[in-house]
Write a protein that binds this ligand. Sequence first.
Ligand code: ADP
Ligand code: MG
Length: 402
Amino acid sequence: MSPDWLLLLRITRLATITSDLSRSIYQEGIESSLTVSFEERKGIFGLVLIFQGKKTDLNVKQTELFFDNLQIMSTKDGLQKIRAFKYIPDPEFKLTEEFVDMEKERLIRLSREELFNEVKRKNEELLKILDERKKMWEKLQDAHRSLKMEKIKIDRKVRRRTQQFQKAKEEAERANQMKSIFLASMSHELRTPLNSIIGFTGIVLQGFAGELNDEQKKQLEMSYGSAKHLLSLINDLLDISKIESGELKPDIEEFNIAEAGIKIRDSLKIMAEEKELELVFNIPNINIFSDKRRVEQILLNLVNNALKFTEKGKVEVKAHKRDENIEVMVKDTGIGIKKEDFRKLFQPFVQLEYTITEEAGTGLGLYLTKNLVQFLKGSIQMESEYGKGSTFTFILPIEYGG
Ligand SMILES: Nc1ncnc2c1ncn2[C@@H]1O[C@H](COP(=O)(O)OP(=O)(O)O)[C@@H](O)[C@H]1O
Ligand SMILES: [Mg+2]
């Protein structure tokens, strides 16, 4: 950059800073002024600028850097006086009276004109910026307001939903409680007379109350069968309701799983013999800690089903120890189950139409069995091939809660 350019640049900066400072100290209603004079310091001339007016909001640090000396003073009336000194960057410069007069005239004229235009321009710019800011602020306020409204709406919705859920939950709990109370009382009310009916019908059927003719026997056998069916339905329903309501508590004891198997085999031996089915139990002598009555109930349900839905062949019960669990398999060579029915099998009141037998069922056995297995912290699954047979496998921990 040539010295001429440098000089021009410095002069331009001086003019800009002077103009900026003048604008910043100026305020309507406050007497403000700019005094320009020359001064000689150590044989070099410099320019002295005195700004007087309101406190400046300019970056004083930058202004300070530009001048060779800057003093900021507060006057008594709360106004500000800034004295700035700048060496004239032209070493050739010589100060003459003529030059001073000429420059004085020019500067006064120039700076007034400049000041006016500059202030006007900057004011317009400022007004534009202010206007934009105002619009932006209004937009922000609008957005804020609608957000607030949205939040209120959502809060209200959430509150309403929570109340609805709470109400539905309470209603469901009450209904469940009512169901349990109803089932518990009904089971008692129903079981007592039902047991009498079964008992007395049995006695009459056995001929203890005198000879029966064939027709009487047939009719009585039907009522005997219906009463037994009703009793097992009530018992199953009661168990399910107890599990579902969390009322059932496990009665844990140590027992031998092989012995439990023998008990089931003995109670179902007659059924197997009547159907000419082979009933095989292959259970190792393992002691487990669980609810004996419920384990026997699971086994009875599964072996009973296997015998019920098998016309030819055998029913086999096998057990293995697997890590901390015992795995029990009940396998039959019966009707089998179609693949599409696998999923619905463990749901309540499901009886597949192709398995209908003479002996009436309830469709609750497998549902109860699954619930009992889970109640004892185990799991159950089935495999089957339609027309060939089915295998039901349940797994229980050897130590419940262990
Ligand atoms: N071993 C099996 N072989 C074939 N079908 C079976 C077997 N076990 C259960 N099922 C089918 O599952 C249905 C539900 O069984 P379950 O709940 O014990 O009811 P129920 O024995 O009262 O009919 C049965 O009706 C039958 O259709
Ligand atoms: Mg059954």
